[in-house]
Design a protein around this ligand. Structure first.
Ligand SMILES: *Cc1c(COP(=O)(O)O)cnc(C)c1O
Length: 413
């Protein structure tokens, strides 16, 4: 077929990450381009969960908190994630969800900037990020906290002397557009505001440099590109310079300076530990810890290089296919300006996505009419991209997306 014009086999042969694919459990015949929603399962994560349940929980029971250092897992995993996002140790912990972590971070920011009230974010930020600000707005009253929404391009100029923080997601979940966090951070600091970054679509696939960029707070999840498993605990970063003054409002015993004194009086830990609230989800966090082992075998820069190449190749393959040209790419044309995803607008995007799934090609759909492909350099190959485009070409050519069986909507998209 036309795919022959790009030698995908050769690209796989020279790919230094190709050998990592075998670290992941591969369901028969499935091509998975949805690692930006739920990463594939690393074999080692499944093994670790078995070990943690059988030996540590089953046999060693409560002694495991000390014997297997369960109590230190949030910091240990946090520091390992920190290594992937340019954060020196002692600034990142693994806990809760992005949403809950954002609540802690936003409330901390409000307390660090008394008298200021405005949180600046973007209209098309991931909804939960905006909801968390709206929740604080309702709790504290609009005179204490209010959300100002602008376009991505207007962010820097929307930051003024009333601004507590700018809340941004580095990679837009719909378009895949990547924002310049370093620049935004500088703009925020110039106005005396803080910079809070959501790294949901960055962690594990983009070169993030939180310390160098002078980011104040960051959050991210572990179940997307990090492959930590469904609902795996998220992470939160607080720059060292804020850890003494910050006070997050979810006073939990795990965030106490010495929780095991069981004192009736809350005393926040003077460290990143303050971001912890309740008992850590050990089984889930162990899976994250194991999943991170795969990253020890490569580097973020190698991953980013392959990721950019993959999105470029995918676009070239689509351009060679006349029926696929009906799909309008809404992601930036330059690989540098996008994350590891490509999104396409098409009236029948839902039907296309369902038809692909029927052919064992997993992508996802985002309302109202976007077809989204996530590229995971750890387990996707160039030849898979050829297979996806040739199937997509047939679906588009036959208008298979119109079939009644592909119209049923599901609860989760
Ligand atoms: C996936 C995603 C989330 C998910 O938040 P949770 O609270 O962990 O469910 C948040 N923000 C962005 C930008 C995301 O892409």
């Amino acid at each position: 077929m036309m795919m022959k014009s790009i030698d995908l086999k050769a690209l796989d042969a020279e790919d230094t990450l190709n050998s990592l694919k075998k670290e992941f459990y591969q369901p028969d015949g499935v091509i998975y381009l949805d690692g930006n929603s739920l990463g594939m399962m690393p074999r080692i994560a499944a093994q670790r969960v078995q070990e943690v349940t059988r030996q540590q929980w089953g046999h060693d029971l409560i002694t495991s908190w000390n014997k297997h250092q369960w109590i230190d897992l949030p910091q240990k995993v946090g520091d390992r994630i920190g290594g992937l996002i340019g954060a020196a140790p002692g600034q990142t912990v693994c806990c809760d969800s992005i949403s809950v972590n954002l609540f802690k971070v936003l409330a901390s920011a409000l307390r660090l900037r008394p008298g200021k009230t405005k949180i600046v974010s973007t209209e098309d930020n991931f909804p939960t990020d905006l909801y968390m600000v709206q929740g604080l707005e309702a709790l504290l009253g609009e005179s204490q906290c209010h959300l100002k929404l602008v376009n991505e391009a207007e962010l820097a100029q929307a930051i003024d002397e009333q601004t507590v923080a700018v809340l941004v997601t580095e990679v837009n979940f719909r378009t895949g557009r990547r924002l310049d966090i370093e620049e935004l951070c500088a703009a925020a600091h110039n106005a005396g505001a803080l910079c809070i970054v959501d790294l949901a679509h960055s962690t594990g696939v983009l070169p993030v440099a939180l310390d160098n960029w002078q980011v104040d707070f960051a959050v991210g999840c572990t179940y997307k590109y990090l492959n930590g498993g469904p609902g795996a605990p998220a992470f939160v970063y607080a720059a060292k310079r804020h850890q003494h003054a910050m006070q997050q409002p979810l006073y939990g015993w795990m965030g106490h300076s010495n929780g095991f004194t069981f004192s009736p009086q809350y005393q926040p830990a003077d460290s990143i530990q303050q971001m912890l609230v309740g008992t850590p989800a050990i089984i889930a966090m162990s899976a994250v810890d194991a999943a991170l082992d795969v990253y020890d075998k490569t580097s973020i820069s190698a991953i980013r290089q392959k990721s950019m190449k993959m999105t470029e190749v995918f676009l070239k393959l689509l351009a060679l296919s006349a029926p696929c040209r009906e799909l309008r790419c809404i992601s930036p044309q330059a690989a540098e300006e996008r994350g590891s995803q490509l999104s396409f607008e098409f009236d029948h995007a839902w039907g296309v996505c369902q038809a692909l799934i029927k052919s064992d090609i997993i992508a996802d759909f985002r309302a109202p009419c976007y077809l989204r492909f996530g590229f995971s350099p750890l387990y996707n190959s160039f030849q898979q991209l050829g297979e996806v485009v040739s199937e997509l070409e047939q679906i588009m050519h036959e208008k298979r997306y119109l079939k009644p069986e592909f119209q049923t909507r599901h609860k989760v998209t």
